[in-house]
Design a protein around this ligand. Structure first.
Ligand code: FRU
Length: 614
């Protein structure tokens, strides 16, 4: 059993259960006092590192004011169990050791005359413990994608690379597997594959919960927190949204919230600050999502604390069918040329090409104050999508990545159904890390590419299929996929479909689940059909066919497909297109079948690797 374990604490000397008149039920060291139909006080009288709280996901949130020596130290929201317990979540008591602890709980909904809080099952289940079990309970937990140990996760945040370590913070709910209590969870890796979970980086405070943001390394101590301090800028989401700063002087292991927060306020909703050092202008630049106005705002600063508004971009431009969130802005060389261009990432929700959330981007120029988007040959600013699957959102990049790399990843889900996916101990993973690049396509325009990060080849274990040459027609060829580790594998496939209308790549299992990817030689697209991929009916938005342009004109595509326990990521020729899609097969896909329609297709290379995971 994997547990988070710390030494026993001696919180309050008396462990005796002094049951007063109002106490109706309790476990050892916990007193429960019901005060009325929806208000309950829970007093901690015993010792333990955690107070474990029973959760029922279908219930609404209870508001819990945590009183420490009579003062509100924090407020958390937990779906306390009413009629059954789905799982427990840990409230960490260690920082309050030696103090009087009372939770003042208001349970939800108009219980009115029908029922009272005291009937709820949670009160009998709240217990003190020195351990919290985080061993994996989920069939669909990815084997080689980052996931939180438990609880809900959405956007990646504040990613930075420092001294050989990739830091990944993320929107996290420590008290349940649905969105709430936004906190910056924190993980670190030296290879972008094996992640170590650290203590949360930034927790909610009096200004609100901690929404998305970014980190930079302040090499020249411009902000006054020390040379090479890691500075985080994030959105404090209370009654309104404002931007706040936190700093770390221990390599990003722990962050201290700036006492003079917020550092930036606006009259309208704005969030998810993303900043970077601009060498040309010798200033910090920042992009902020002016979410409801569906535009991005640009700021500059000398010290990361005082920000000056320079301009906005986006009103009426690009896809406007959802709020604009989670921006990023960086410069990259255009492959095969001396040219450089700027990429402005504008995540939008909803309004994605296949419903729900998606990553829109613009290519253009940035002079430190204004972003000017490239226009196409008709003089229009084209709508461009970074990922043609349904499950890559809030993608942003690492700051200070080595070797000029622009390494990025996204949240591998979609707001349409993220809270309904069939997992419970945790919800959502990150996409695989990818290297963003630029290429000029046949239409004359510049597009962004996404290549799997080079570290991912380190996952390869055995070459289980190696077919140098094969021809497929209507009658296909099938290959066995590796069975170990829930069928995880990497598939490499070079297709020449010049003499066929289409080529189908089907992953299937004995339960009848299948995913069909189809290259269409006339349309120059690849589609991904997950309508029969396994569990699909938890949300109407889930069964879908997604379609990507392949950016070629010769009927040839190379595919690199990563299969994990609940996702498939298909990277096309040199990363020119990518589709990230979740799947929940009832059992692992066990066969790969290739066949063609309207002629025959040559497979010049097919390799399948089993993958090793720690
Ligand atoms: C995007 C987003 C951000 C916000 C965060 C809150 O998914 O809505 O705009 O900061 O999630 O969790």
């Amino acid at each position: 059993m994997t547990t988070i374990k710390k030494s026993m604490r001696t919180m309050v000397a008396a462990v005796t259960l002094a049951l007063s008149a109002g106490v109706v039920s309790a476990t050892e060291g916990v007193e429960v006092n019901h005060l009325g139909v929806s208000n309950t006080l829970v007093r901690v009288t015993g010792a333990g590192k955690y107070l474990l709280l029973p959760v029922q996901e279908a219930n609404d949130d209870a508001r819990i004011n945590v009183l420490v020596d009579g003062k509100i130290a924090e407020t958390i929201y937990v779906r306390l169990a009413r009629s059954k317990t789905d799982y427990m979540v840990p409230f960490d008591l260690s920082s309050y050791e030696g103090h009087n602890m009372v939770l003042d709980i208001v349970t939800p909904q108009g219980r009115g005359s029908v029922r009272e809080a005291k009937d709820d099952v949670c009160w009998r289940g709240i217990e003190l413990s020195d351990t919290f079990d985080v061993s994996d309970r989920e069939k669909y937990r990815p084997a080689y994608h980052h996931t939180p140990l438990y609880g809900w996760m959405n956007d990646p945040n504040g990613m930075f690379y420092k001294d050989g370590e990739w830091h990944l913070c993320y929107q996290w709910n420590p008290y349940g597997s649905k969105w709430q209590n936004m906190t910056w969870g924190h993980s670190v890796s030296d290879n972008l594959v094996d992640w170590k979970h650290l203590e949360p980086a930034i927790r909610p405070d009096g200004l609100g919960s901690i929404f998305s943001g970014s980190c930079v390394i302040d090499h020249n101590n411009t902000a006054g927190f020390g040379k090479d301090a890691v500075i985080a800028l994030y959105t404090s989401a209370g009654t309104s949204q404002m931007q706040s700063l936190a700093a770390s002087s221990d390599n990003g292991n722990t962050f201290k919230v700036h006492a003079a927060n917020p550092v930036l306020t606006l009259e309208s909703e704005a969030r998810d600050p993303n900043m970077f050092w601009n060498d040309e202008t010798g200033e910090w630049n920042m992009v902020l999502a002016h979410a409801l106005d569906r535009e991005m705002l640009f700021f500059s600063s000398a010290d990361l604390k005082k920000w000056t508004l320079q301009s906005g971009f986006g009103k009426g431009i690009g896809c406007q069918d959802g709020v604009w969130e989670c921006p990023d802005l960086f410069e990259l060389p255009v492959e095969g040329s001396d040219e450089k261009k700027w990429v402005l990432i504008c995540n939008i929700n909803p309004g994605g090409p296949f419903g729900g959330s998606a990553i829109q981007y613009f290519i253009g120029d940035w002079d430190g104050k204004t972003f000017t988007a490239d226009t196409d040959k008709d003089g229009k600013i084209a709508v461009k999508w970074l990922d043609y699957g349904k499950d890559n959102y809030a993608l942003v990049s690492w700051s200070d990545a080595p070797d000029g790399r622009r390494t990025a990843l996204g949240w591998m889900s979609n707001w349409q159904y993220a809270a309904e996916v069939p997992t419970m101990q945790y919800r959502s993973a990150n996409t695989l890390p990818r290297e963003i690049g630029l290429f000029r396509a046949a239409d004359g325009a510049v597009y962004a590419s996404s290549k799997p990060s080079p570290e991912l080849t380190g996952l390869r274990d055995k070459l289980v299929v190696n077919a140098a040459k094969a021809t497929v027609g209507r009658k296909g060829r099938s290959y066995q996929l590796p069975a170990a580790n829930g069928g995880i594998c990497e598939i490499l496939l070079d297709i020449d479909a010049q003499k066929a209308d289409s080529v189908m790549i089907t992953l299937a299992n004995n339960a009848g689940d299948e995913v069909v990817m189809c290259y269409d030689n006339a349309a120059h697209t690849v589609s991904f059909d997950r309508r029969r991929s396994g569990l699909v009916d938890f949300s109407e938005g889930f069964p879908a066919v997604t379609v990507s342009p392949t950016f070629e004109e010769n009927g040839k595509v190379s595919l690199r497909i990563f299969v994990d326990r609940s996702s498939i990521e298909l990277f096309g020729t040199d990363g020119r297109f990518v589709m990230t899609n979740l799947v929940f097969p009832t059992e692992p896909y066990s066969t790969l079948t290739l066949n063609a329609d309207g002629g025959s297709a040559r497979i010049s290379n097919l390799k399948v690797y089993s993958l090793k995971v720690k």
